[in-house]
Ligand binder design. Structure first.
Ligand SMILES: Nc1ncnc2c1ncn2[C@@H]1O[C@H](COP(=O)(O)OP(=O)(O)OP(=O)(O)O)[C@@H](O)[C@H]1O
Length: 547
């Protein structure tokens, strides 16, 4: 219990039970009463002042009382709290209607803090100039154990109505502002950090990518086909699970070198020959790196097993796409066929001109042109290829080689001239004509008479005498005509009349198609030049010469 003495002689005794219930905290009870009450006043001015019932006390018998109650004898209800700059009496409570207040306080400098009204219950305890104010000290041990503060529930006075609460401070606008600014700052810092990390990893990965690309290019430059064991081949093809097709020299299986690199493995028939084709292919293909030539990834020569490992091409061979224009499922369109024709010609140009040694393929035909997923053509199957010096214009061949229908006449008979790089031009010409007509249109043609009758059919087509192939639109018409004319030039019987692959490319890429002249029709006797043989009747009887 504490007692405050009013200036007019009224003592105020403050009991714990009258302390405002919502401020009855253990914390306040623990500290000395005076500072606690000063704190109370300061706190209360910010809280609900109307609920304030008790104010300031002077400790009983204290020589320096900080509280004074200016009390008039009538004991008015309304009081004002003043905060004064006096060390001994920092808080003063006065009757609000006291007109002499200023003179009383002088020279103390005081500022008004708030007004309040005593509740009637308080008057009941005023006696003999003494006002007894009480408050109860709640039992906070339960809350303390939980590390919390305590207060009485609903202004109650009993200990069992205690409730615990966190040391919570109602956030002020300032605190909210600080928290918001802090939060936004944190988010910004996090974003900046994330951006830095992203940039760091981006450049780090980019750097790694560049190193990887450099390494790959380095490897690629010094690329040589790898040698695989038979066990490797079995593993690569997953025990020869997926067969892609079968050629004259063996079956081809799909394989996988890594998750990204798929290959086609050609198992050469082991009963076949002395392995010349195998050596030929590895020798020729190991040297070539061109977008229009299949890459030999590796080979296998393990006991009696021989295999060639190529890059895998999704669309298979060009043969699959040689068809009529109205076959919507497989016809690629004239523009695409034109690009494929140019690609094959570039591949042949590379083989003929760009390697250390000239490579003559000897077996250009639609089966030996593969198409990747973008329909870029790749020349493959170098089993019959011949490597020769670039200065050599004449090549010696001991037997007819190639695929029937695509073999140049000089390979069979020297009557037509010497065997040279022009044999590939001939085969290429037949391939072009086949693209133009879609050989399967004329299924009645056997392999034997294809070589003679097919070009005649193309001549008829150009002369407008065959309506089997519909030409739609000026653009398509131009391409088709161009392919046909170039094809006919390439299949000239005499190699000397055939253009080189360079000229073929110029013709194919030329935009002035109207300048292209159709070669004379050897099947029309009226267009034959002096001394030219009417081939229609002579070529089928050509003898092959064995050197
Ligand atoms: N690198 C490859 N990628 C995808 N498919 C391929 C590849 N190589 C071959 N093939 C497929 O395997 C089939 C057989 O190919 P292969 O080269 O052995 O025979 P061919 O060229 O048809 O006949 P030949 O060998 O008698 O000339 C081809 O039709 C082709 O569809």
């Amino acid at each position: 219990m504490a007692v405050a003495e009013g200036i007019s002689g009224v003592d105020i005794t403050v009991h714990q039970s009258d302390f405002p219930s919502d401020l009855k905290t253990k914390k306040l009870n623990k500290v000395a009463v005076i500072p606690a009450l000063i704190l109370l006043v300061q706190t209360q001015t910010k809280l609900k002042l109307n609920s304030l019932r008790i104010l300031f006390v002077k400790l009983l018998q204290s020589p320096i009382s900080p509280f004074q109650l200016f009390e008039s004898p009538e004991f008015r209800y309304n009081y004002t709290i003043l905060h004064c700059s006096s060390f001994f009496c920092p808080v003063v409570v006065v009757d609000s209607s006291d007109t002499l207040l200023e003179s009383r306080l002088d020279p103390i400098l005081c500022t008004k803090t708030s007004d309040f009204t005593f509740s009637s219950s308080l008057f009941s305890v005023v006696y003999e100039n003494q006002m007894i104010l009480t408050w109860s000290k709640p039992n906070c041990s339960k809350c303390e154990k939980e590390g919390k503060m305590c207060k009485l529930k609903n202004n109650g006075t009993e200990d069992d109505e205690i409730e615990c609460f966190d040391r919570y401070h109602k956030p002020t606008k300032k605190i909210l502002l600080y928290v918001t600014v802090g939060f936004v700052g944190l988010v910004l810092v996090a974003l900046i950090l994330a951006a830095c990390l992203h940039l760091y990893f981006y450049f780090k990965l980019k750097g790694e990518d560049e190193v990887r690309i450099e390494k790959f290019l380095e490897d690629y430059r010094t690329f040589n086909p790898a040698r695989f064991s038979y066990a490797d081949i079995k593993r690569i093809t997953n025990d020869f699970r997926e067969k892609l097709g079968e050629g004259a020299h063996g079956a081809v299986f799909k394989g996988k070198l890594s998750n990204e690199i798929f290959v086609a493995v050609k198992m050469l028939n082991n009963a076949e020959g002395d392995g010349k084709e195998f050596i030929n292919e590895v020798k020729a293909m190991g040297k070539v790196h061109h977008i229009n030539v299949v890459r030999l990834v590796g080979f296998c020569a393990d006991g009696c097993y021989r295999a060639l490992v190529y890059n895998f091409f999704h669309n298979g061979s060009l043969q699959n796409f040689i068809t009529r224009p109205d076959d919507m499922n497989r016809f690629l369109g004239w523009e695409m066929l034109h690009q494929i024709a140019i690609g094959i010609a570039k591949g042949i140009e590379y083989l003929h001109m760009s390697c250390d040694q000239r490579i003559l393929h000897f077996d250009i035909n639609p089966h030996n042109v593969l198409l990747d997923d973008k329909f870029i053509p790749k020349i493959t199957d170098f089993g019959l290829a011949k490597l020769c010096s670039k200065n050599e214009s004449i090549v010696s061949v001991t037997a007819a080689r190639g695929t029937l229908g695509y073999i140049a006449p000089e390979v069979f008979s020297r009557n037509f001239g010497n065997v040279s790089y022009k044999v590939d031009i001939y085969s290429y010409g037949m391939l072009l004509l086949e693209m133009v007509g879609g050989r399967k249109n004329i299924s009645q043609l056997s392999e034997e008479n294809f070589q003679v009758l097919y070009p005649e059919w193309i001549h008829n087509l150009l002369e407008g005498r065959d309506m089997q192939v519909k030409i739609e639109g000026a653009g398509d018409d131009r391409i088709l005509k161009k392919l046909a004319i170039v094809g006919l030039w390439c299949i000239q019987w005499h190699p000397i009349n055939r253009p080189s692959i360079k000229v073929v490319l110029q013709m194919l890429e030329s935009l002035e198609e109207e300048n292209l002249i159709v070669p004379p029709n050897p099947f029309n006797s009226t267009t034959l030049g002096i001394g030219e043989i009417p081939i229609k009747y002579s070529t089928l009887e050509l003898e092959s010469i064995h050197e």
